[in-house]
Design a protein around this ligand. Structure first.
Ligand SMILES: [Zn+2]
Length: 208
């Protein structure tokens, strides 16, 4: 028996074991959903096996649920690993790119006082966590949206000038993987230059 590191180089079924467990379980889940759809199609097309295939669909639904739970477990494990390597991670559920008046760019501090600037709003878990995340950004470039009358509507908003929209997109992409963010991520994202990405997609930042 080889070690898992050796197995990862030559997996028998050709699975890309450089991906994380959560990504692979996500892939498996979507393949199973596709197969479940095919089972449904076959049942509709061939009534002779329809009844049995309805049972098979049910079994696949159970299996998909099971894989989904395993994926959540893998994500928790991967975030715990990131926390050991890069410090505390807090929930940051991005809502994608938007536009809003008007704050400072979170990278360079530029302020457009006439037109709207691109921004991202992300849900955070508590007011205290929102304040902590906001403190990772430069003062003018972010805001915690907290409403006394709606205490569960908690968002951190971050703005960027036109030149630094790629940094904003990078913030969205990076935080979307697990829906979390850490202070070191924010430093990397602020140091990110769109023209400094190598062909292999590796990032070159000011810090390293
Ligand atoms: Zn800027």
């Amino acid at each position: 028996m080889g070690t898992e590191e050796e197995y990862k180089k030559h997996p028998i079924y050709g699975t890309d074991l450089n991906k994380s467990a959560s990504e692979l379980l996500c892939d498996i889940s979507s393949k199973l959903q596709h197969i479940r759809g095919q089972v449904y199609d076959v049942g509709c097309g061939f009534p002779v096996v329809k009844e049995q295939l309805v049972s098979a669909e049910g079994a696949l639904t159970c299996l998909i649920g099971y894989i989904h739970d395993l994926k959540d477990k893998a994500i928790a494990n991967e975030v715990a690993q990131l926390t050991r390597e890069r410090g505390k991670h807090l929930d940051f559920k991005s809502r994608g790119l938007g536009k809003e008046l008007s704050s400072h760019c979170f990278v360079c501090g530029f302020k457009d006082s006439i037109s709207m600037m691109d921004n991202v709003a992300a849900f955070v878990r508590t007011k205290a966590e929102g304040e902590e995340i906001a403190s990772w950004f430069n003062k003018g470039g972010r805001r915690l949206d907290y409403r006394e009358q709606e205490p569960n509507w908690l968002q951190v908003k971050v703005w960027a000038c036109k030149k630094h929209v790629p940094n904003l997109k990078y913030l969205i992409n990076h935080s979307s993987k697990y829906g979390v963010l850490c202070k070191m991520d924010v430093e990397d994202i602020r140091a990110f230059h769109i023209d400094r990405v190598t062909k292999s997609g590796q990032l070159i930042t000011d810090s390293g």
